[in-house]
Design a protein around this ligand. Structure first.
Ligand code: ARG
Length: 460
């Protein structure tokens, strides 16, 4: 069958090389279910408007459903010469229904059809990804009880900085993923607008009811400008940005846990069924899933770059360049889902090496900031306290001991006003206990945050 898009105006059939170069069926076949759904809604609307008879619409609906079943079961044969998913399905409909099938494309064009399908597809993927991110958050919150007492060194510049509670770290990830979900929800509002009926670019002179199709398809509104909506891909860019942010958050987490799982850090034991071995070094248990999570984030960044570049400088309205949005978006979605599906069991299944963490908690003078604030509370200006604690730390470094092992005389040699209450803030545990502010690692504050997240994410 010749392409449905080649009218009587063509005297010659298309060059095979052009056919291969311009096809999109090899990737947009992914949209088949959404294409069929949109076509059924369109046919029903045409019937409601008396453009089709009810019988014609019913025939179209059941035939489209049968085509959908064939595609799902793998018996449908896609044809490259029919270019894309839209024309493959429509051609099959025409093959089965003849002239009735030929009526379906009334008051629509592939330009509005492709964005309708894509918006429906993205909407589903946003919902799927949102629930995967939620499960990941729940895994982090689920760890909070188990790790409630564990103190970890927090790092800045990857240098030991201050002691924090492990749940405070888990909830840091929850916050990031919450913003990711909020961004997705906001993006979804703009995705969920119906372009159908915009036709090729100017709209149509046929008597259609765009509200009806939009409602049928669960869209929250209809696009108000037919020129805009057939050219618009910002919903794709926005989605891509939202997903890239998720993947970048995962990549940062993966990097952190790769480090933590080394014998140099020795903080965490990854679940072994999510680790891989080495073909030559029998002792190795490698964090390949985390490495690939970090590695696959490169794809996300690349796809976002592709999409942004794709729309640069395009005049209104539809241009064929836009077909290239799909390979990038599809792989980005698949990558995001793949990373999320593995992140959740790893977060839930990893074990903190509490002994190894504790044995080195006195390294790195994690309590120096607590000591500085202690001096400030005694009336020293911050700059002075900072300087004094610097001298105290230097002395301890020279003696190769933690601050709490310094004698009172050592402290008093640097600040004669100090008495034995200074020991109350020394050591990682005391330094954490001394914290107070909202959002800090203060045990009471962290407990409140855990409660809030438990309620918000329905974690038992
Ligand atoms: N395969 C095309 C795409 O994905 C469908 C729209 C084609 N429209 C056109 N006028 N050639 O963008």
């Amino acid at each position: 069958m010749d392409s449905l898009s080649r009218s009587g105006a063509f005297a010659e059939s298309v060059d095979k090389r052009v056919e291969r170069f311009t096809e999109s069926i090899s990737f947009d076949c992914k949209l088949y279910m959404h294409d069929i759904r949109a076509s059924i809604a369109h046919a029903q609307m045409l019937a409601a408007q008396n453009v089709l008879t009810d019988d014609e619409a019913k025939n179209i609906e059941s035939t489209l459903q049968a085509i959908g079943d064939e595609i799902s079961s793998g018996t449908f044969v896609w044809k490259q010469e029919l270019e894309d998913v839209h024309m493959n399905i429509e051609a099959a409909l025409i093959e089965r229904l003849g002239d009735v099938g030929r009526k379906l494309h009334t008051a629509r064009s592939r330009n509005d059809q492709v964005v309708t399908d894509l918006r429906l597809w993205i909407r589903d993927k946003i919902d799927e990804i949102d629930s995967l991110v939620l499960q990941l958050q729940q895994a982090f919150v689920g760890r909070c009880e188990r790790d409630a007492e564990v103190i970890l060194p927090a790092y800045t510049h990857l240098q030991r900085a201050q002691p924090v509670l492990a749940p405070h770290v888990w909830l840091a990830y929850c916050e990031k993923f919450q913003r990711d979900r909020e961004r997705l929800a906001d993006c979804r509002k703009r995705v969920n607008i119906c372009p159908l009926g915009s036709a090729a670019v100017a709209g149509t002179s046929m008597d259609i009811d765009r509200q009806l199709t939009a409602e049928q398809l669960g869209f929250e509104g209809i696009a108000a400008n037919s020129i805009d909506v057939s050219s618009d891909r910002d919903f794709v860019l926005e989605t891509a940005f939202c997903l890239t942010t998720i993947v970048l958050h995962l990549s940062g987490w993966a990097e952190e846990w790769i480090l933590w799982s080394t014998s140099e850090f020795g903080f965490i034991e990854l679940p072994q069924n999510f680790c891989t071995g080495s073909s030559i070094m029998p002792q190795k248990i490698n964090p390949d899933v985390l490495e690939l999570t970090r590695g696959k984030s490169a794809r996300a960044v690349g796809h976002l770059q592709t999409l942004v570049t794709l729309v640069k400088g395009l005049p209104l309205a539809y241009n064929r360049d836009l077909q290239e949005d799909k390979p990038a978006l599809f792989d980005l979605v698949e990558t995001t889902i793949g990373c999320l599906q593995l992140a959740e069991p790893i977060v839930a299944g990893a074990q903190l090496n509490v002994k190894s963490i504790e044995s080195r908690l006195s390294d790195g003078y994690l309590d120096a900031t607590a000591l500085m604030e202690f001096l400030m509370k005694q009336g020293k200006p911050q700059r002075t306290a900072h300087h004094l604690v610097g001298s105290i730390v230097r002395k301890a470094m020279e003696m190769q001991i933690p601050l709490e092992k310094l004698s009172l005389e050592d402290f008093q040699a640097i600040d004669p006003t100090l008495d034995s209450s200074v020991y109350d803030v020394l050591g990682a545990k005391n330094a954490v206990k001394a914290l107070k502010s909202y959002g800090s690692s203060a045990p009471g504050e962290v407990a409140k945050q855990i409660d809030r997240w438990r309620t918000q994410l329905s974690v038992k």
